[in-house]
Write a protein of this length. Structure first.
Length: 248
């Protein structure tokens, strides 16, 4: 298959992985897939096994000090990192890392790209992380068998913020976390479904009333479902700002 065209300076995701065949996966579908084909962003995979030791291309060994499982070797991973240019920051997907959020996605999307290391087994030799200044990023308080799924989620969150990837860029400004709130409820046809009607205000044509309703709903949902976000928004509100003081 011909390689998709790549625009000069396109945002690039480089993924170091034992399973390069897993990519692009879902990233090759729908909006992200069309954007990849159009050269709005680029994807490069570095097969870690190619840098392994010996006839069997070993990439791991038993943990120093004993214990269960295997650990990715520092020398093997370092060779893979140094094999080609590293676009943007060098990150490893790890449950002990800084939590990934929309603010980080926006920051990464505004740069040249990102290089992601997909861990496996019990972890990665700490020395390679220290030597290369690798930052650890977590997708949540859970553990996966490897970093590939987490890498796809991170890349998707960044790519959709690249101009022209989404058909309507305004949707980025209205979705969850864009303004420190969860997104308001959405409705579409039919007007009544199984006895449930679309709220009258959304059919009123009164854009000011619709905007106020959506704001109130976003605040209500955030306060109910993510009190942590609500407290942060409340703390950051300017003096005299009613947000956070009103009862919903």
């Amino acid at each position: 298959m011909a390689e998709p065209p790549r625009a000069a300076g396109a945002w690039t995701a480089r993924v170091i992985t034992l399973f390069p065949e897993a990519f692009p996966g879902v990233l090759g579908l729908s909006l992200t897939g069309r954007a990849l084909e159009a050269g709005l962003w680029a994807l490069r995979t570095t097969p870690l096994r190619e840098f392994g030791e010996g006839r069997h291309r070993n990439v791991d060994d038993t943990p120093a000090g004993g214990g269960a499982g295997m650990v990715l070797r520092a020398d093997v991973l370092s060779r893979a990192i140094a094999a080609e240019a590293t676009p943007g920051p060098l990150l490893v997907l790890s449950p002990r890392g800084r939590p990934f959020d929309q603010a980080m996605a926006r920051d990464l999307a505004s740069g040249p790209g990102v290089t992601l290391i997909c861990g496996r087994f019990e972890g990665i030799d700490e020395r390679v992380l220290d030597h290369h200044g690798v930052a650890e990023v977590s997708m949540g308080d859970f553990v996966l068998t490897g970093g590939e799924i987490a890498a796809m989620a991170l890349i998707d969150a960044c790519v959709r913020l690249i101009p022209r990837v989404l058909g309507n860029q305004a949707s980025v400004e209205e979705e969850s976390f864009a303004r420190g709130l969860l997104e308001h409820p959405q409705y579409t046809k039919p007007a009544v479904w199984r006895g449930h009607a679309i709220p009258d205000v959304l059919l009123s044509g009164n854009h000011a009333a619709i905007s106020a309703w959506r704001q109130a709903q976003a605040e209500r949902l955030t306060k109910e479902r993510r009190p942590d976000l609500w407290r942060t928004r409340d703390a950051q509100a300017a003096p005299g700002d009613p947000v956070g003081d009103q009862e919903l």
